[in-house]
Design a protein around this ligand. Sequence first.
Ligand SMILES: Cc1cc2nc3c(=O)[nH]c(=O)nc-3n(C[C@H](O)[C@H](O)[C@H](O)COP(=O)(O)OP(=O)(O)OC[C@H]3O[C@@H](n4cnc5c(N)ncnc54)[C@H](O)[C@@H]3O)c2cc1C
Length: 408
Amino acid sequence: MNHVIQADVCIVGGGPAGAMLGLLLAKQSDLEVVVLEQHQAFQREFRGESISQGSVAILDVLGIMDNLKQHGYLQVEGLEMYDKGEKIFSVNFHEFSYEQKFIIDLPQPVLIGAILDKASGYPNFHLKMGATGVELFEEQGLIKGVVYREKSGELVTVNSSVVVDASGRYTRIREMAGIHAKIDHFKRDAVWFRVPRPEGWESATRIKVDGHQHLIILPTYPDQLRVGINIAKGAYQEFRKQDISIFYDTVCRLEPQLDGIVQEHIQSWKDTVLLDIFTAEVSQWSRDGLVLIGDSAHTVSPILGQGVNLAIQDAYELAPVIIDFLAKNPKTVMPQEAFQSFQLRRQEFVSFIQGFQADQEKDLMAETEEDMSKRRMKMQMLDQSPMKVELATKMAYGIFRESLMKVY
Ligand SMILES: Cc1cc2nc3c(=O)[nH]c(=O)nc-3n(C[C@H](O)[C@H](O)[C@H](O)COP(=O)(O)OP(=O)(O)OC[C@H]3O[C@@H](n4cnc5c(N)ncnc54)[C@H](O)[C@@H]3O)c2cc1C
């Protein structure tokens, strides 16, 4: 028989969503919280490194920013979009009226490490590394826990009132629970690479568009740029058969300032990483005893780096729901209804982000001269619109705009 652990909450996945929820529950209640993470360490390549302003404010309130400051991070102060080299849109984050004005950029393992470091100070927080959730423990339609496999191969069952699936874009827990996701593959993939940041490069995200191609250039801690270039869906393997000079030509046509740097630092296709861009829409985020958060509930496109933001903000909204319910109904399997208002509140913002990203992607893919000129006009109009800062504020701070006003 499996070894059995008793807990109140079992979180599968120690990414930004799972780590943050674990911290909030351990800090704000006496609930016994177990976080399962399949990896032994949090080293990960090319994951969300830009943390939006609303999440920075949450990290600040929780006292985590002090730890991050000690490590060091990069402050991103604006966003600029160029069409054929001409600036057609920009947002200056100095214009935001909240205290946390800037995106911060730092390696994801540092962020997760700082959150878990804080959480490990609470005796009711238990992190299991190298622990892979392999099965849901279900009785009469109620999810009552998770079976996980330790590195040694031993199986352990965690009995809990609620299982939180925070296991990311490739979640298997969602499938085990029979929850359907509508997966929508974008018509294009992205190829990512890193190069050193040229001297004097301003601290702003750049989107460089020319015809149907674009680059997203993100200043990255400590002295690099993360660059994403779009390619046709499924074309990466074909690309890799071609000479790398084709890649250099496309990158340098879109961003002449990278000429010389990209040739020096990207010597072969091996220095690039493919990102399969898809979105996942889930209409039901919970069952009796189970709730989904982060990428597992809503994978979004990497345009405007919102994945980490959504994950952290999901955790921030879900923690009081679990704490309130289990304070009134200890040791009870949380029913699906208990998660409905959480889902509704979060879905409103997630839908806004997904809609905005789909719109952006459609515009960036413009093939005809007419569509390209419409895109240009649209961005130029938005640039002049009084709505610009309001829209950017909504994106940056999420639904937390009002509550942040109270916090500071
Ligand atoms: C190339 C790339 C660039 C990105 N850039 C940005 C960016 O700049 N800004 C931004 O905001 N977002 C960005 N994102 C998105 C962002 O990384 C994700 O949205 C975010 O990490 C989601 O957090 P999460 O906690 O939901 O899931 P994840 O970060 O995926 O964490 C899930 C965790 O669960 C673990 N896990 C999975 N299955 C199991 C299991 N069965 N048992 C135990 N553990 C399990 C995984 O090992 C992982 O640690 C990017 C994504 C990619 C792929």
